[in-house]
Write a protein that binds this ligand. Structure first.
Ligand code: CP
Length: 311
């Protein structure tokens, strides 16, 4: 297909055909990550800058690895080590970086809409690695990829997403992505962590954890985002765990072959017990592994790789 997107800002910009094309492109890159020499020349001569204003282990590392495995030159800049701490604005920082002619800026920022803001002002491609509580498109794509890998399809599956829905950019991107790919999405969490209007995204809000888990094919647990005021919205972590934590007992409500997912980082003993996190149904490290292939696909497509001619 003719992929027309220069930026990757959110799942909202893609239709089902484009989402499947990204997943198929990632499938073609996945095998490179298991070779003894994990490098192909696809993005040789391209420069990718990873600009992270928030903490990250998985996303930042996998974008860097993805760029390097495609032979791009990758540079990492963290907000705390940049001139932002001296008062420089995001736009000035980005314009100065762009003056060095990168092809792609991958950005994570605490402000919702920050990637769209930069994309409207820069000439290079912008890839959103998570903006505030808005979107985390590469996470939703790697989750869809992992579901497809383990269940063979996405359409028709019941996906239960449990936890701090209000503060999660992962859930917004996931609901949008999974609905477009034909899944039934059910969410559950404490009332204080359920934003109004969720149904407008096309998901069902379950009255309880057990209702959401009943016959689920996929159980996706979310972290309480303590850094985004999560703590003040619940009486205690112990109570949260009692009513919304996934354990070996309540997991039995889901289908016997249900898979358990978590975007990480996990709060073990809060939203998920260690027995489940490390248990036979978990695919959490598969999600991380697939993150590299998905980010290779996104960098390749954002760089116009599918339209490149050698020579
Ligand atoms: N899932 C995710 O975004 O993890 P990091 O914050 O470690 O990147």
């Amino acid at each position: 297909m003719n992929f027309q997107h220069r930026h990757v800002l959110g799942i909202k910009q893609f239709n089902a055909e484009e989402l499947n094309f990204i997943l198929d492109t990632a499938e073609s890159f996945k095998e490179i990550n298991t070779r003894s020499i994990k490098k192909v020349p696809t993005l040789r001569g391209k420069t990718i800058i990873n600009l992270f204003f928030e903490a990250s282990t998985r996303t930042r590392t996998s974008f860097e690895i993805a760029g390097k495995r495609l032979s791009a030159d990758t540079v990492n800049i963290s907000g705390s080590a940049s001139s932002v701490v001296k008062g420089e604005t995001l736009e000035d920082t980005a314009r100065n970086i762009e003056a060095m002619h990168p092809d792609i800026i991958v950005m994570r920022h605490s402000a919702s809409g920050s990637s769209d803001y930069l994309a409207a002002r820069l000439n290079c491609s912008v890839v959103n690695a998570g903006d505030g509580t808005h979107e985390h498109p590469s996470q939703a794509l790697l989750d869809a990829f992992t579901i497809r890998q383990h269940r063979g399809k996405i359409a028709g599956l019941k996906v239960a997403i449990i936890g701090d829905i209000a503060h999660s950019r992962v859930v917004r991107s996931n609901i949008n992505c999974l609905k477009k790919l034909g899944a039934e999405v059910v969410v559950a969490g404490p009332k204080t962590m359920l934003p109004p209007g969720l149904e407008m995204l096309g998901c069902r809000v379950a009255p309880s954890l057990s209702d959401a888990l009943e016959d689920a094919d996929v159980v996706m647990m979310l972290r309480i985002q303590l850094e985004r005021q999560g703590k003040s919205l619940i009486p205690s972590l112990r109570e949260y765990s009692r009513f919304f934590g996934l354990n070996e007992n309540n997991l039995k409500l889901a289908k016997p072959d249900a898979i358990v997912m978590h975007p990480g980082p996990m709060n073990r003993g809060v939203e998920i017990s260690t027995a489940v996190a490390d248990g036979p149904q978990n695919v959490i490290l598969d999600q991380v592994e697939n993150g590299v292939a998905i980010r290779m696909a996104l960098l390749y497509l954002a760089a116009g790789g599918d339209k490149m001619v050698e020579g």
